[in-house]
Write a protein that binds this ligand. Structure first.
Ligand code: SF4
Ligand SMILES: [Zn+2]
Length: 145
């Protein structure tokens, strides 16, 4: 069915990647129950195909897929080094074109759309420029005091 990638995945035969409906109520419960298994996805080369197969956002999935922990189809935790490239195609929303839009995509398990990526890049660049100014201001304050 899946071309055998799942047979070679590090999670094969391991428990704790999903939870029984009765065992949890909140995202914190999911983090407690599934969180420890997240590290298993670290060396797994199948993040993208795992997400494309499980379709966590669409399926309102609860548990671990593709190096992320999902709660009701939204990402609530992830490995540090996961890439947005692994996520599915974005849905366009009213928030698109803003940094918040980019976060909305990520929460819904999607790769940010081009206009959200652009907005996020601009915001990062602006933050960097602002940060670069900080030491100078400090120096000035010292120089004048
Ligand atoms: S990404 Fe994680 S859940 Fe998906 S196949 Fe790999 S180890 Fe399993
Ligand atoms: Zn967008």
């Amino acid at each position: 069915m899946t071309g055998g990638w799942d047979l070679r995945a590090p999670c094969r035969g391991r428990d704790g990647f999903t939870v029984r409906e009765d065992d949890w109520k909140t995202g914190a419960d999911l983090k407690r129950l599934c969180g420890p298994q997240l590290a298993t996805c670290g060396p797994c080369p199948f993040h993208a195909v795992c997400i494309a197969t499980v379709k966590p956002a669409q399926a309102k999935f609860d548990g671990i897929a593709g190096g992320r922990l999902w709660c009701n189809g939204e990402v609530i935790d992830a490995l540090d080094d996961v890439s947005d490239e692994e996520l599915t195609e974005p849905k366009l929303r009213a928030s698109c074109g803003t940094e918040a839009g980019a976060k909305d995509h990520i929460r819904h398990g999607e790769r940010p759309c081009p206009s959200c990526r652009q907005a996020a890049r601009e915001m990062t660049a602006r933050r960097k420029t602002e940060k670069a100014k900080e030491p100078k201001q400090l120096q000035l304050e010292f120089a004048t005091s």
